[in-house]
Design a protein around this ligand. Structure first.
Ligand code: SF4
Length: 352
């Protein structure tokens, strides 16, 4: 539940922006008051209402009796010795662990933030450490936004700049759709996170009603659909909950999205040695995708338990060649780093 949902004090990070604007109008605050307020919180990291008027000229009548906004407690920051990925471990007020990752980008000094949307995840993907945590609850919008603000502040303190954000951390973002979208709106708005929509990506394992809703609502964030496998049999083994929907239906929703958006839809694929990287898998992917415009991202599985291993360099190269042949569309290898600090895709488990 959001704070406001359960009768708590109004928190501008939890509510849709138009609601804040209406609230400002209702108390006769000037039109720029909501902009100043969101800028104070998101751009300057100021969470104490007492400072909003003094430093940012937010009218007192708008925020008169608000208590300081709650924050996640940052418990630990780990840095990968191999590639500079950083993992932030947060603790919520109800003692849940939430992890966030800072991902160095190719451009020097630029980083992307990988945000969590749930504590644990009920989707039960076989190769994912988050699935092995107890699935506890959705994160509130403010808890998603605060991960971003604290990760951004850490990056700033290191002389780096956040230029992108992905909703690919702990949890299935489309199971917490409204709050994730609200967080996206705050991070995208020019007086909030000021990110470009193109630099924001939300990932799903294939929840068709939510993919269609995302398309219908003309959301401007990019969409990435994680397939797991191209046949229902293999998906049942690797992404069991998502596989209750036939993969052909997931692909049909992806196609509707690509057509509405008039751009390629991103499909991501976790590569697992001996399981989903054969010639037959490449052929099945080609058949499944058909002429839907896609960008196909290959990611090496990272499984600290050792049950699933990434393919060898040769096996991956052969799969990529086969895929390029059967798909005839861009195939990209996506680097999933921070393996030494359990920050790679599928390894976030709130254990540090
Ligand atoms: S891969 Fe994503 S959707 Fe699957 S269990 Fe892990 S966090 Fe959930």
């Amino acid at each position: 539940m959001d704070r406001a949902d359960d009768g708590g004090p109004f928190d501008p990070r939890d509510r849709p922006i138009p609601e804040l604007i209406a609230r400002a109008e209702a108390v006769g605050a000037p039109a720029e008051a909501p902009r100043r307020l969101l800028s104070a919180i998101l751009q300057h990291g100021e969470h104490d209402p007492a400072a909003w008027n003094r430093r940012f000229h937010v009218p007192r009548r708008l925020v008169a009796d608000w208590p300081p906004l709650p924050r996640l407690a940052l418990e630990r920051v780990e840095t990968s010795a191999a590639d500079g990925f950083q993992k932030l471990l947060f603790r919520t007020a109800d003692a849940m662990a939430v992890e966030t990752v800072l991902i160095p980008l190719h451009k020097p000094g630029a980083v992307s933030v990988c945000l969590s949307s749930q504590v644990g995840c009920p989707m039960a993907c076989a190769f994912c450490a988050t699935a092995r945590m107890e699935s506890r609850r959705n994160l509130a919008t403010w808890e998603i936004v605060d991960q971003w603000v604290q990760a951004r502040d850490l990056a700033r303190s290191q002389g780096r700049r956040v230029t992108g954000t992905v909703f690919m951390g702990m949890g299935e973002p489309f199971l917490n759709y409204d709050r994730v979208m609200r967080a996206g709106d705050l991070l995208r708005c020019p007086f909030g996170g000021a990110l470009s929509a193109k630099a924001m990506t939300v990932s799903t394992v294939g929840l068709v009603p939510e993919i269609d809703r995302f398309t219908r609502e003309r959301r401007t964030m990019r969409l990435s659909i994680s397939l797991g496998a191209a046949t229902d049999e293999k998906r049942a083994m690797l992404v069991p909950v998502a596989s209750r929907t036939p993969v052909a239906e997931v692909m049909a929703a992806a196609r509707r999205h690509a057509e509405a958006r008039r751009q390629r839809v991103m499909l991501s694929y976790v590569c697992i040695d001996g399981l989903n990287v054969g010639e037959d898998d490449a052929e099945a992917i080609g058949r499944l995708v058909g002429d839907t415009p896609v960008r196909f991202d290959l990611i090496d599985v990272t499984d600290p338990t050792g049950r699933f291993r990434p393919p060898s360099a040769e096996a991956l190269a052969a799969f990529r060649d086969a895929l390029t042949r059967h798909l005839g569309q861009p195939v990209v290898r996506r680097y999933s780093g921070g393996a030494d600090i359990q920050a790679a895709c599928g390894t976030l488990a709130g254990t540090g």
